[in-house]
Design a protein around this ligand. Structure first.
Ligand SMILES: Cc1ncc(C[n+]2csc(CCOP(=O)(O)OP(=O)(O)O)c2C)c(N)n1
Ligand SMILES: [Mg+2]
Length: 319
């Protein structure tokens, strides 16, 4: 059960992710952020809803559209913004950038740029949990595009066979780059692709954070108790292009508008007003406070130093 304060905190977190991403887009245009930048705007309810019931000692692994997951897992906006700027104060010491956010203290193990690349790593995490006799679980987030990778099928197979405590979360935002799901998957209902691996399979409205949270609560307890993996497809939408360089010619403005009308933050804010949890003034105050925090994050990133050349070989797996 979510308390009143939980709901307020979730609303604040989703607002933080949204404003962080909007500012990151602006910073990219200013040339402060280089390389790829994949924004999470529209999908906030998925990261916030699924991670809320986690324990601090659980593990999370994401794909490359993972700023929201890093922020949801308690990384501060200033440390994520600094990472996007390539500064030494960033979560990955400025050497990872947008697609390789990593925070070992929060057990957030990436940030993986390869489509489907996080899945086999989640199997390793699940195996390690069991090997050490722990009762943690691993949340593994990936996009609809990963479903067609061999690594998806190999991982679900072994996870089911070996009873690995993983919750697989497919964020179906209807597109992998410019390709619509129904053009890429012979079976467009993606949850059905996981059904044959002998695990509980669910779908959830990824624009409704309360529905996501309830589903997360149920599945996280289930995976923890049974030590058997589960799979969930969250139907969601990204408002922006695949990356900031995407002209978006593969979908119509009307389609985007239609999804914007179901905006997860507006929808949740509306519910909190309705049930008396927040007043319009409270919402305005949260938005102002978050905007200030993001401004501070930019200032912190701007003023932070670049990594020193002599640290080039530090924190690499094979030296
Ligand atoms: C193995 C592999 N193949 C291709 C790519 C190029 N690529 C980068 S993102 C992407 C689309 C993935 O879409 P999806 O999994 O739906 O994630 P979304 O961008 O929608 O979050 C592709 C094909 C890659 N990074 N890795
Ligand atoms: Mg996708």
């Amino acid at each position: 059960m979510l308390t009143k304060q939980d709901k307020i905190d979730i609303f604040r977190e989703m607002t933080t992710i949204r404003k962080f991403e909007e500012k990151a887009s602006e910073m990219y245009e200013h040339g402060n952020i280089r390389g790829f930048l994949h924004l999470y705007i529209g999908q906030e309810a998925v990261a916030s809803g699924f991670m809320w019931p986690l324990r601090p000692d659980d593990y999370v692994i994401g794909a490359y559209r993972e700023h929201g997951h890093a922020l949801g897992r308690c990384a501060t906006p200033r440390k994520v913004m600094a990472e996007l700027f390539g500064k030494s104060t960033g979560v990955s010491g400025g050497k990872g950038g947008s697609m390789h956010l990593f925070d070992v203290d929060r057990r957030f193990l990436g940030g993986t740029a390869i489509v489907g690349g996080g899945l086999p790593i989640s199997a390793g995490i699940g195996f390690a949990i069991n090997y050490r006799g722990g009762d943690q679980i691993c949340l593994c987030f990936f996009g609809d595009g990963a479903i067609n990778e061999g690594s998806f099928h190999e991982t679900l197979n072994i996870a089911s066979l070996w009873n690995l405590p993983i919750l697989f979360i497919c964020e179906n935002n209807l597109y992998g780059m410019g390709t619509a799901v129904e053009r890429a998957s012979a079976v467009p209902s993606l949850y059905r692709r996981a059904q044959c691996y002998s695990m509980n399979v669910e779908t959830v409205d990824g624009m409704d954070v309360l529905a996501v949270h309830d589903m997360a609560d149920k599945l996280i307890s289930q995976v923890r108790e049974t030590k058997h993996p589960a799979f969930v497809e969250a139907i969601t939408y990204r408002y922006r292009g695949h990356s900031v360089a995407d002209p978006g010619t593969y979908r119509t403005k009307e389609e985007i508008e239609e999804w914007r009308r179901r905006d997860p933050i507006v929808q949740f804010g509306g519910k909190l007003l309705e049930d008396g949890t927040l007043t319009p003034e409270d919402i305005e105050k949260i938005q102002t406070e978050v905007a200030n925090e993001i401004e501070q994050a930019v200032k912190f990133a701007e003023e932070s130093p670049l990594p020193k050349p002599e640290t080039l070989h530090q924190d690499v797996y094979a030296g």
